[in-house]
Design a protein around this ligand. Sequence first.
Ligand code: ATP
Ligand code: ZN
Length: 210
Amino acid sequence: MKTLKIAIQKSGRLNEKSVEILKNCGLSFENYKSSLIATVANFPLEILFLRDDDIPEYVQDGIADLGIVGENVITETKANVEYLQRLGFGKCTLKIAVQTGSEIQKLEDLNGKAIATSYPVILEKFLTEKGIKSDIRTISGSVEIGPGLGLSDAIFDIVSTGGTLKSNGLKPFADVMNSEAVLIGNQSIIDNPEVAELLQRIRSVLSAKS
Ligand code: ATP
Ligand code: ZN
């Protein structure tokens, strides 16, 4: 019997719920914060704790067989993986935001404007679909400070409550993508009987909740 590997976020917004869903599947494992790998005592499974950004590629390359990660990260990394199950947590929306009082009023107004983001792939796809040409400035974090500093005319980022936008003088302008955590798998393992068993357990945990 093959021991499967599932990659989940080591720490951050998806960690707790990812651990919880696996525990609710009846899997018994130690969740030491310091270890990068945990062995499940009662199922042929190992859990790898990784940065979320690395999970899609690990699954694509078969280093992990399965993974739990936000759809936004899968789309952004363009990883070639199977979507097995939406998990109903980690919900968020990726939005374009502009300064309150900005002259940018409609999508076309973004033509020629600079947009700061950590998600250039998703943004580029959206703008191309809309026939808009902007200057995408990729930065790795704190994109909200861009417009105030004159670094960009708009930003594209994950927005939940809008509080961070507001405190930086920004307002939501256009919704681009909704995301939630999903279970993904490497294409070679989807017929594996242990995967089928795990997927069935995850689905019954999810349906018991709803
Ligand atoms: P890591 O250290 O693993 O790289 P991170 O800082 O990139 O972590 P988190 O902020 O923990 O990531 O977010 C992980 C995922 O949680 C996001 O990619 C997104 O799918 C989801 N998410 C849900 N709500 C939010 C939110 N309000 N802000 C950011 N991400 C959110
Ligand atoms: Zn990350």
